[in-house]
Design a protein around this ligand. Structure first.
Ligand SMILES: [Zn+2]
Length: 139
């Protein structure tokens, strides 16, 4: 579709499908360790906190904070929106639960560290890519 930027799509597997297809249900999902309740990303077979193997996908709120970001001015791929913002966000539910993503629906020069954001999904084929847009905090 012409209105969406080009994206490199992930290869789906049983281990990551919950993450890339949660957007179909409007949910950002991570593996969660049943015994210790830690969210785990990227997906792996064993919980790094307690070495537990009882992991199941669970949805988070989709609320996050911009930890760090960079503006990409280089048109590596054909895309209408340059510059765009590549960011690492920290998910609200758990310190250290981080995602590399793009900040969208916001001029790149307005993005700042500590900015509250929320997930939005961009569908490509059978993948829902989690991106983040600015979030208005209720005062
Ligand atoms: Zn655990």
């Amino acid at each position: 579709m012409a209105d969406k930027p080009f994206r490199l799509l992930p290869r789906l597997s049983d281990r990551n499908r919950h993450f890339w297809q949660g957007g179909e249900h409007g949910e950002l999902r991570f593996l969660r360790c049943e015994p210790c309740r830690s969210f785990i990303h990227p997906p792996q077979p064993v919980c790094p906190d307690c070495l537990g193997k009882q992991l199941a996908p669970a949805a988070v709120s989709g609320r996050a904070t911009v930890l760090t970001f960079t503006l990409n001015h280089q048109p590596w791929v054909p895309s209408p929106d340059h510059p765009y913002c590549i960011a690492i966000v920290e998910i609200e539910e758990q310190r250290g639960l981080r995602l590399m993503t793009n900040i969208v629906h916001c001029p790149a020069e307005r993005v700042s560290i500590g900015m509250p954001v929320q997930v939005v999904f961009e569908k490509h084929e059978d993948v829902w890519i989690p991106l983040f847009e600015p979030r208005e905090d209720p005062a």
